[in-house]
Design a binder for this molecule. Structure first.
Ligand code: TXA
Ligand code: MG
Length: 359
């Protein structure tokens, strides 16, 4: 299959004429990658089981991993869900359109092929003019996982999508680099207690404020390597996601100790002839001297770190790094999403510098 790529000149004012063709492809059961404010999505008609199947094939994704249905208008929600619980209502009103996915009990219209056999459905209303115009024109809810090959970092540019999906899908709508850079927050409102299944740009603190009570994280997210006992409620969270080709290690602790440890480990690996990368920040980059040094952004502005995280991991793939050592981040606010993605990319390989010193 030849993958066509179209460029949207002004992503804030996409021309309807340009989006007619991709909308038509979606309507007719084809696959189109498109930008959202979080990451690029790989879209298909969410009500068409055959179309959903094509997504799993293009991504190489396990079929028990459900898809998110994207809508562009509030009026499109009732068709997809059995009911909208009070917590869902509050969160929708506060954060839609935006980087928040809500899990509801599903209606009969949503096929099990989209929900991975579950009786719940994930719904999100993105906040991106291209995504929203495309969904509206297609006239159906659009199932869209991140547009990467399963197990690779999510794509934040159309070039990333092309690297993974060229020849496998009908079209890529290129709307430039995305804004946020990590996938939406997922909150399950289908049970007795709302719960965060995946941290994102709508933070635990923001959701708690709107709900008027502290919202908890799915224990499987915080409990480290997935064990048999704690199964994550979002099936996708159990896979080793976001994995770079290199062996990635996170280093935690006081800034000086982290820098010292990373410099020592990098020297060790270089002396053995390996290609070694360092993931650091603008505040610390001048303290590293050896290996391939990449800053993700400003520690003091975590949105810059989220924005560049996946691109930096992909760059190291292209550079054929054997080992990567990365600084870590605080586990609150947006840092929660950043650390969630980084620890998974590292396969939970974390070095605590304090402990190292006492050894
Ligand atoms: O930001 C995003 O959410 C992006 C853009 C394209 O919108 N999409 C995205 O989709 O990240 P995906 O498929 O890569 O991640 C969806 C996650 C998976 O972990 C999946 O298991 C979970 O949502 N999920 C979907 N439906 C669910 C359900 N009914 N119950 C629990 N988890 C669900
Ligand atoms: Mg994904």
């Amino acid at each position: 299959m030849v993958t066509e790529r179209i460029y949207i000149e002004d992503k804030d004012h996409p021309k309807e004429a340009q989006l007619k063709k991709p909308a038509e492809i979606l309507k007719n059961g084809g696959l189109v990658a498109f930008p959202t404010e979080t990451v690029y999505g790989l879209g298909a008609n969410a009500l068409n089981e055959e179309a959903a199947k094509k997504i799993y094939a293009a991504k190489g994704r396990p079929s028990d991993n459900p898809l998110i249905a994207h809508i562009a208008d509030f009026k499109d929600l009732p068709d997809l869900v059995l009911e909208v619980p009070e917590a869902g209502k509050k969160l929708m009103e506060a954060f839609w359109p935006g980087p928040l996915t809500l899990i509801f009990p599903k209606s009969r219209r949503v096929p099990y092929g989209t929900t991975g056999g579950l009786d719940t459905v994930a719904v999100r209303m993105p906040d991106h003019p291209v995504a929203n115009a495309l969904i509206r024109l297609a006239g159906v809810p659009i199932a869209a996982p991140s547009a990467n090959t399963s197990g690779r970092p999510s794509p934040t540019t159309a070039d990333h999508v092309c690297q993974d999906m060229n020849g496998k899908i009908e079209m890529i709508v290129d709307g430039g680099a995305v804004g946020i850079g990590v996938e939406s927050t997922i909150i399950d409102v289908s049970g007795n207690e709302p719960m965060i299944l995946r941290p994102g740009a709508i933070t635990q603190e923001m959701a708690s404020k709107v709900l008027g009570q502290e919202i908890r994280l799915d224990p499987a997210i915080t409990s480290g390597p997935m064990s048999q006992e704690v199964k994550p409620k979002a099936p996708g969270m159990k896979y080793k996601h976001y994995a770079p080709k290199a062996d990635l290690t996170l280093v935690e602790g006081e800034p000086e100790a982290v820098i010292g440890t990373i410099n020592r480990l990098v020297k060790e690996k270089l002396s053995k002839g390996f290609q070694v990368g360092i993931i650091c920040t603008e505040e610390t980059k001048e303290h590293y001297h050896d290996g391939m040094i990449k800053s993700m952004g400003f520690r003091a502005k975590e949105e810059t770190i989220a924005h560049n995280l996946y691109a930096v991991l992909r760059e190291f793939d292209d550079l054929n790094a054997d080992f990567i050592f990365s600084e870590s981040f605080q586990d609150t606010h947006l840092g929660q999403a950043i650390m969630n993605r980084l620890t998974k990319a590292a396969g939970y390989h974390i070095i605590q510098t304090e402990k190292e010193k006492t050894l």
